[in-house]
Design a protein. Structure first.
Length: 376
């Protein structure tokens, strides 16, 4: 009886240890599966993918790190596979030994109830389970450190396009200082007409709170922090296409709809796009009434349209608004139907955004939309 009471706590502790190991293994598997979850929902991804910019075979229909199309993303995925491989092998070995021990040494009817002889200490075993984890951690540390220094370059690669990225609640501003214009929510970058990768160097800053710039097919997640030195990120895409990403740091009510579209296009097409973006807004007398309504409302306090009295900086530059495939930072495709709904009440498309409903009449909404549709 005394022996039975003595062994029960040991068996309970052993069972608890086994349960905790099993839970830890399952948590590791669940954690490693997290990158497989798309960062945007299916409707938003479909809206972006079906919009008017071309999507090549290199771009996945939603953000994923498992189809890299840029040197930094390839580095990250290689490290990820190494970690998954090591953890997977160790997990299989540990779980196999646990399952074997549970089956082989479980208490059977007729077994002795006395505790077997206890053996304390084994120098070879203790040395092995100290050196092996140390070696694994050292390898992972060296590989990760090399990857970090390779990805987080502080100076632009030679011949790189430089773009300043400013995170706002809840949209992205892209400033091309070399070309002298600013746009929003869609980042255009070049690739050689023959497919040769051209690096792009991004300087990241925030206008308000902490954001995080993440386009997983092109590079890793990089925080955008206010009131400090800029973080930097470089991309070197090897295939044209439209790549999807989003803010990956919770930043308020409309965070989930703060999406990113990166359009990688041949250099000749990129230069045509730049030439168009450098021009002021086209004046069309046919939509003068809509322009007058736009200029007498609060719209001009937040938005800029070059060549007009609108010079706000709180919201996206609309000079070439209709050249973008999406509106509301990816919340909806940019077409006449969604544009009208957006002008009528933005909250129905992007709940939590700062743009209020202007309370315009149906006729005024139609006139404003007609004006905005000329901003190409």
């Amino acid at each position: 009886m005394t022996e039975d009471l003595k062994t029960k706590p040991d068996r309970a502790a052993s069972g608890l240890c086994t349960t905790r190991l099993a839970h830890a293994f399952l948590l590791c598997v669940a954690f490693l599966m997290l990158p497989l979850t798309p960062a945007v929902n299916a409707d938003e991804a479909s809206a972006i993918a079906s919009s008017n910019a071309p999507v090549c075979d290199g771009a996945a229909p939603w953000p994923t790190m498992f189809a890299p199309r840029s040197a930094p993303a390839e580095t990250i995925l290689n490290i990820t596979w190494l970690v998954i491989g090591i953890v997977g092998v160790l997990g299989i070995i540990v779980m196999t030994l646990i399952i074997f021990s549970i089956i082989r040494y479980r208490h059977k009817e007729g077994d002795e109830t006395t505790e077997p002889p206890q053996i304390y200490g084994s120098n070879p075993i203790e040395l092995a389970w100290t050196l092996l984890p140390t070696l694994i951690v050292f390898v992972l540390f060296m590989v990760s450190a090399r990857g970090i220094f390779e990805i987080q370059k502080e100076t632009p690669p030679e011949g790189a396009l430089e773009v300043t990225v400013v995170g706002h609640r809840w949209w992205w501003e892209f400033d091309y200082p070399e070309y002298g214009f600013v746009t929003a929510n869609e980042l255009h970058i070049p690739i050689g007409d023959d497919g040769t990768p051209i690096p792009t160097f991004l300087s990241l800053e925030s206008a308000d709170v902490i954001h995080s710039f993440w386009v997983p097919q092109l590079a890793g997640k990089t925080d955008v922090v206010p009131n400090r030195d800029k973080n930097h990120l470089w991309l070197q895409p090897n295939m044209a296409g439209k790549y999807l990403g989003q803010c990956a740091e919770y930043c308020g009510g409309a965070h989930a709809n703060m999406l990113i579209t990166v359009i990688v296009e041949p250099e000749s097409e990129f230069k045509k796009w730049v030439a168009g973006q450098q021009k002021a807004a086209v004046e069309d007398p046919a939509v003068a009434k809509g322009r007058d309504i736009f200029e007498r409302t609060a719209c001009i306090n937040c938005h800029t349209i070059r060549g007009t009295v609108a010079n706000g900086t709180f919201a996206p530059d609309l000079t070439h608004f209709m050249s973008r495939s999406v509106l509301g930072a990816g919340a909806a495709p940019n077409n006449p139907t969604t544009l009208r709904q957006w002008v009528f009440d933005p909250q129905t498309i992007k709940p939590g955004c700062d743009m209020p409903a202007m309370k315009l009449t149906n006729e005024e909404i139609d006139l404003v939309c007609q004006y905005l549709e000329t901003l190409k």
